[in-house]
Design a protein around this ligand. Structure first.
Ligand code: PLP
Length: 426
């Protein structure tokens, strides 16, 4: 850790809890101090000591076009000259709403918010208002933002109601949330059998990206769809991470399952604070000012954020964009896998579109408990050795990684060469 980094982190801890404005930024899981960044360009970032890194975090997903994409920056500059916010409708909001509805057919109406947390919280409230029910189902290891209802972990034993996973969340709130295992079709079926008529919503990451990367089993999402339809519950796909990340038609297009509501964030803001939730018209019509479910935001649909989002959504529609992105990401995961195998390291990797998972384990995990079985110490050694060599992976064994359209063969080969050296000594 270099000197300016260390000094800033020490000072920050005095005035910011833990020195960071979001816990994942701290290096608690891997040990050591977080890196303070100063500048980014394309696939590269520079820290406050001038050291450069190839970035596989991309601000945790939004930067699908890389850092400081010239067209995104230009639109942000141009739009800001006309004022930063009005608290009144603008034409660009209509434009992005129409575009989102066009790109994601399950979305008939959409509302813009400023963070994925807001999108998830609002979708849950809306589902409860629409159904007149309280209970929701979520899956262990999925993250949907830090709303009280969603900061819940499994209780002891199957079919029990959840416990708060954070201090400050009332047991009564958590008690409405049922936490099941990801990919466990039987668990979902049993729960619906017992509580079906009381369940307002099922919320799921259609590809889980907040417990490393866990792919959905073929019948998992389809079963959720069938059960929700049968019991009149609202199926919510949290595509804050996967939306425009796994492909232009998002995870729902990739797996051919239509949710009732979708939450979006990250990529759709192009690096600015913007998120959204949308879906079936009859459900969305329950929102204020039309309906009785209240939801609001002073900076919702912020013109500068919308402009960055519109430019991003325009650029990702270019022919071949997602093929290239998926190829680059696959080059990375296949290269790492081959290199680890050569050196006898227990390691595997997979990618879906522009996101990937690295696992220090023999087999690719399919659930929270399997992912917890990965060798965290091996990951931490790998992480720090790569960081030293100027490769920035997410500072946790339990996060997905991201590739941007500005990552190319040069970046991948540099990364693979560094990893080869490290695998040889792990
Ligand atoms: C990042 C994320 C969120 C939360 O979004 P914020 O903008 O950080 O509030 C919600 N759901 C998923 C799947 C995410 O990856």
């Amino acid at each position: 850790m270099t000197s300016r980094n260390r000094q800033l982190f020490e000072q920050s801890q005095k005035v910011i809890p833990g020195g960071v404005n979001s816990p994942v930024r701290a290096f608690k899981s891997v040990g050591g101090n977080p890196v303070f960044f100063q500048r980014g360009q394309g696939a590269h970032v520079w820290d406050v000591d001038g050291k450069s890194y190839i970035d596989y975090v991309g601000s945790w997903g939004p930067l699908i076009l890389g850092h400081a994409h010239p067209e995104v920056i230009k639109t942000v500059q141009k739009t800001s000259e006309n004022g930063l916010t009005f608290g009144a409708p603008t034409e660009a909001e209509l434009e992005i709403a129409e575009l989102i509805c066009k790109l994601i057919p399950s979305i008939e109406q959409v509302r813009l918010v400023s963070s994925g947390t807001e999108a998830g919280m609002s979708a849950i409230r809306l589902a409860r208002g629409f159904t007149g029910r309280n209970k929701i189902i979520k899956f262990e290891g999925c993250y949907h933002g830090h709303d009280d209802s969603l900061l819940v972990k499994a209780g002891s034993g199957a079919l029990t109601f959840g416990n708060p996973s954070s201090a400050g969340v009332p047991q009564e709130t958590a008690g409405h949330t049922i936490v099941l295992d990801y990919n466990d079709v039987n668990g979902v079926e049993a729960t619906f059998k017992q509580y079906g008529s009381e369940i307002a919503a099922v919320i799921v990451e259609p590809v889980a990206g907040n417990m490393n990367l866990i792919a959905p089993k073929t019948d998992f999402l389809k079963t959720l769809r069938t059960l929700c339809t049968h019991h009149g519950s609202v199926l919510i796909f949290d595509e804050v991470m996967t939306g425009f990340r796994v492909g232009l038609d998002c995870a729902q297009g990739l797996y051919q399952v239509q949710p009732d509501l979708t939450t979006l964030g990250k990529v759709i803001g192009g690096g600015m604070p913007m998120a959204a939730f949308g879906g079936r018209r009859d459900i969305m019509q329950c929102l204020a000012p039309v309906g009785a479910v209240y939801q609001a935001g002073t900076l919702s649909g912020n013109p500068v954020a919308v402009a960055a989002g519109l430019t991003t959504l325009r650029l990702i529609q270019e022919t071949g964009f997602y093929d290239n992105l998926a190829n680059t990401t696959r080059q990375l995961t296949e290269g790492l896998t081959a290199s680890a195998k050569k050196h006898g390291v227990n390691f595997c990797a997979q990618s879906i579109g522009g996101m990937f998972g690295l696992y220090f384990s023999k087999n690719i995990p399919a659930s929270f408990s399997e992912v917890m079985g990965c060798d965290k110490d091996a990951f931490n050694r790998f992480f720090h050795a790569m960081l030293d060599r100027g490769i920035y992976f997410a500072p946790s064994a339990f996060e997905a990684g991201f590739v941007s359209s500005t990552h190319g063969s040069t970046e991948i080969n540099t990364t693979l060469a560094a990893a080869e050296n490290i695998f040889a000594t792990l």
